[in-house]
Design a protein around this ligand. Sequence first.
Ligand code: G3P
Ligand code: CA
Length: 820
Amino acid sequence: MQHTRIAAAIAVSLALAACGGGGGTNTAFTPGTGTAPAPSPAPAPSPAPGTSPAPAPGTAPAPSPAPEPEPTAKVLLEQRFTSLSDLPAGWVRPAANKGTVGVRDGSLYIDGRADSFAMTAVALPPALAELSNYRIDVVFTFEAANNTARWGSVMYRSSAATATPAYEPYHQFAIRQNATASNGTEFALRKAGAWTVQATKAFGSAIDSAKTYTATVIVHGNRARHYLDNVLMHDVTLDAVAPARGGIGLQTAGLLMRVDSIKVSEQLKPLPDIATPAALQDTGTAAAMAPTLVQPMAANTNLAASGASNALFRIDSTLSLRSANGESLGSLAQYLADRNRATAPVLRVADDATVDALARYAQENDLGDVTLLSDQVSLLARARGLMPMARAAVDFSGSGLLDASTQSVMQVVSATNKARAKIAVLPPVMTQRATVAQLQRLLITAWAASSATTPSEAAQVLTTGVNGVLASDGSVFARVMRQLPANTLLRKPLVIGHRGMPQGTGDENTLASAQAAVDAGADVVENDIYLTSDKHLVIMHDDTVDRTTNGTGRIESMTLAQVKQLRTKVGNREVPTLQEYFSAFKGRPVTHFIELKSSNAGLVAQLKNELDAAGTRDQAVAISFLGDQLKRAGQTLPELSTGLLNSNADASDPQVAVRDILAAVQPYSSTDNPAYGGLSQGAMEAGKHRGITFWPWTVNDQAAFHRLYSWGTHGITTDYAFWARDFPVEIATAATATVGVNTAVTLPVTLTTQVGGSIAAQSNVMAVIDGTAPFVQSAEGDLRFTAAGTAVVLPGYRHKMGDGTYSYVIVAKPVSLTVR
Ligand code: G3P
Ligand code: CA
């Protein structure tokens, strides 16, 4: 197969954009869980090792089916409900139930429709609570639901009925009626009346009341797997919070679940260990979310000294690794098997044969922590289809057609998304602060290709704010990064006005609210969209107009004219259209985070129409909780960046967390947009080496806002965009200066605030990155040179937020000092 290189791909993408065409190179891409459920499950045997056929080009490997029940395992309970009129002996209805649990017509009914959020449960006989390792198979359907987000679940390892609250803590496998949502199935822990969701995954279809499904939970030791109709949904490690042995139950929230049978068997065989990504070395910098380093490998490369977290190899169809010059560097298998490995591989692929060989390898081996690099967009898109867990990076560094213009930025965004990649490796001409920022606002992870040999050259690259550097000599970058003060932010967190800026305006999702956010310095305005009955996109959070306007009813049942008659309750304002948002901010440095809130199948197609009509693709990204809508966006708008909204909580081990995050975002080639309470600094730092960017919501606690800002999160969504209006975000100073020996060194700087204000100040912290003049520096960063000479410094400014618990530093470009 011929794959177009970057230049041709760009030409193609422009032609498609010009004629309004979609499609692109990724239409064959299918996220891993997109298989239709079989009505009556019949587990297929696992393929024998080494016998898997090569997947056909463009098809993903089959998902792992649930294993057959172990033939020698004791069946502990096998319950059907035919000829019963009430619960079987020993089964218990918890006193806290909101709804009803009963047996009729040969089935068990757990009717939780009385309350959409509080649960209605049934506990299996208490004797099962003595067990640790078991397998549960439940044949069920959802007959009715209050709304599509309501769920039913299998509870396991539950505590005693006498615990407070009863049965807590416990784990559960939850399934929503709309199982296709990105959180359509969940692995969750219930403890002290609250949920922690540690894994979510979309199933291929919503639960159909006319069909039955099998939910399978296998738990052994600290490991569990959840299957829905034999499709592996979660493969997880249990944090030691719930008991190591414990009971079984079923429950619902807001729906009617019918259970036809349940079987519990002993689980004799341990589940295999989970492959977690390697813990990677870092430069040892104190900067927050400093760029990851990628070191091209050669026979004599000292990887440890480079400080690099990623090792770049060429790879061929024999899966041999080579340097750029063709030196043999062993095999991929040897590299991955190295127990002392502290780097992740970046593999430069050049042809289909290599991609096919990698896909065959991935069927039997863990390829969940590799980045594939190429300048061929369609080759990467094909590789992502075959290996959904492999990441992709598009190499633009050799393209002579790009420059720092918005047109080039959009070419990079478009080609990166069509490759189903997140990472773009930039040519030097695009490695500029404004260009990098423009790409990042559009959710692209920007890596610079650099041949810097001096600290000053490296600092020029680092201060552009790139997320990574593919450096011919990583050690020079590591040297600079180690000099940076604690919580240095080389790139500013983007402030995202949630539904505009409801705090201060009172109104959410109105033009006034959006304008207020922009006036307060927001880089991005978030909104929620629905499709009117006459096919216009309008902005509203809820699916009815009741809460925020003077009207009632479902917004998608109204025409645009009807929506326009409404007025908001607080500000007496109109409900805006997406087109009005586009017009209001066109050509201004404002990005729209367009949340695909409606599950309407026509929503994304209309978004494409409206983006084309407005000519605002350079200001738009789509975000959603809905896996179906993100899939549609991938198909209909393959050039558009997307973010996966989720409520997942990071596992305490950063390596487990990063594996879970990759499992969530890779099917959509999206960023990670989690509820902020679940986001950990360890996961962010581990994730950055994999090109993941983090966009937590909705940070309405000011201390948490300051904490996440100081951690260097990529974006921060808040109702209080004005909290950051006076934060310094840029710092400039003269390129040269003369300073005296034995005097405290400080330089005049100009600070620019988030809202664009200019402040004359003195640097209050300094990084010395090169030079001949000897110096002493206090722990606080105060600097004195002790003899004459030269120095290269990065003048910095530490800004304390709020009460000073959290602070961050911004640094200027390198300054050459003469010391005398
Ligand atoms: O942008 C994330 C956030 O908006 C998600 O929650 O309910 O406010 O749309 P919600
Ligand atoms: Ca939203």
